[in-house]
Design a protein around this ligand. Structure first.
Ligand SMILES: N[C@@H](CCC(=O)N[C@@H](CS)C(=O)NCC(=O)O)C(=O)O
Length: 214
């Protein structure tokens, strides 16, 4: 097995990649990184100087691939292409567009809300958290319109955009409830029934008590 995913099952960006790996049925080994352990953090930094996961190491070529979207693009191409990112250029652009919206306008503000819970008293950022939650609500409204007459985020097929959506929405709903957005709620329900995401949720469950809330 040449691929090793350096990750943590509770990490949302790692979940995004795990979903893609399961969708593509790519065999891989997993190295669970405890960032609270200085030696494990140092080993990750050695591999990827930014010290963030997910990162994939390919022992057959020595390549280290990081950044969840790039990893999914790389994995899809390696698996023959056309599954997580459609071959058709216009549809591929739509998938990449949704992936960007979900990462930048749902996932990152969600991280801001969750990250604030981990800050010590006296260094919290309530204004920043309120802005992040407003950004998530705007994204939900936009997604509610986009999800009209489509099963998945970017169209009729499950793609990289759905890999991005599932963990981002899973955590974001703890910061901002889906509320009266029936298409978004139904879409999230569909995601939880997708075997790749259901497996990722099950893998995260033993660690859930580490989630600080949002
Ligand atoms: N843009 C990166 C974000 C990765 C990221 O933020 N990973 C988080 C976990 S979800 C992390 O490594 N946090 C640990 C840290 O920043 O020290 C991607 O898409 O992979």
């Amino acid at each position: 097995m040449s691929l090793t995913l350096h990750h943590h099952p509770l990490s949302s960006f790692c979940q995004k990649v795990s979903i893609g790996l399961y969708e593509l049925e790519v065999p891989f080994g997993a190295n669970l990184v405890d960032l609270g352990d200085p030696a494990q953090r140092a080993a990750l930094v050695k591999l990827w100087p930014f010290g963030k996961f997910p990162a994939i190491h390919d022992a057959s070529s020595g390549a280290v691939v990081a950044e969840s979207t790039t990893i999914l693009e790389w994995l899809d191409a390696r698996a023959g292409g056309g599954k997580l990112i459609p071959r058709d250029a216009e549809r591929a652009a739509r998938v990449r567009f949704l992936d960007r919206i979900l990462d930048l306008h749902v996932h990152l503000p969600m991280q801001k809300a969750v990250g604030d819970k981990l800050r010590p008293e006296g260094s919290k950022d309530p204004v920043g958290v309120a802005q992040a939650k407003a950004q998530i609500a705007t994204s939900y409204d936009w997604l509610e319109m986009q999800l009209n007459e489509r099963d998945w985020a970017a169209g009729p097929e499950f793609t990289m955009a759905d890999c991005a959506a599932a963990p981002a929405l899973q955590y974001a709903q703890h910061a901002v409830a889906f509320g009266e957005r029936p298409r978004l709620s139904a879409y999230y329900e569909r995601l939880t029934k997708r075997p790749s995401f259901a497996r990722v949720l099950a893998e995260a469950k033993p660690y859930w008590e580490m989630f600080p809330g949002a």
